[in-house]
Design a protein around this ligand. Structure first.
Ligand code: URA
Length: 210
């Protein structure tokens, strides 16, 4: 199928170098669907890596993670929890936008296990370069990808787990789950719950688990 991460990842990678070569990734068919590879961004090393599922419509157009509606909400969540976005490395499990047409709109489709597995070498390379103290998994796809097992977010969110690969992993909900809530009060509660989870990471960073 053409260029796969194993052929593209240089022996001593940097984030800029990885981003450049990942633009040519053809490890799964999503490169045909998305406009471009949306690689992670932020400082490296960084104390915290925030891991989402995949770029959305806006991210696909702009070429940067978390710049659409979920990203704007993430900014507010980070502010409220005392994590400075500029100090965090933001990325996604899958680096192409998976979507299906609905009228003129491009509707998000969850990535499959094949997509997650194809993209995994990029995430592993990012972990090596960024060396985060903690990875915050935003949503079930990120959590399952890092822990290597299905997760029950309702029960496991707000907790820190040792994954098969370093570093420790904190699970929480995806910001887009808040955007889907119609009821004002329920939305506020979901926002507060996510802030509570993020504060677990903020405390670890502040305590110098760095
Ligand atoms: N949702 C994600 O999981 N990642 C993004 O970059 C944007 C929306």
């Amino acid at each position: 199928m053409g260029s796969a991460p194993a052929d593209l990842i240089p022996p001593r990678p940097t984030i800029a170098g990885l981003r450049e070569v990942a633009a040519a990734c053809r490890a799964c068919e999503l490169w045909r669907r998305g406009t471009r590879t949306v690689f992670g961004e932020g400082p490296a090393p960084a104390a915290v890596m925030l891991l989402g599922e995949q770029p959305g419509d806006r991210e696909d157009r702009v070429g940067r993670p978390f710049v659409g509606p979920a990203g704007k909400l993430l900014d507010r969540l980070l502010d409220a929890s005392g994590i400075d976005r500029r100090t965090a490395y933001l990325t996604n499990v899958v680096k192409h936008f998976n979507w299906e047409p609905r009228g003129k709109r491009r509707i998000h489709r969850r990535p499959t296990k094949v997509h997650v597995a194809a993209c995994r070498p990029w995430l592993e390379a990012e972990l090596v370069v960024v060396r985060p103290t903690i990875v915050v998994c935003l949503g079930a796809t990120a959590a399952a990808a890092l822990l290597g097992r299905p997760v029950r977010l309702a029960e496991e969110r707000g907790k820190v787990f040792a994954g098969p690969i370093e570093p420790p992993v904190l699970l929480t909900a995806h910001p887009s789950s808040i955007l889907r809530i119609d009821d004002d009060r329920a939305r506020r509660e979901a926002f507060d719950a996510l802030v509570r989870d993020l504060r677990v990471a903020a405390r670890r960073i502040a305590a110098g688990h760095v």
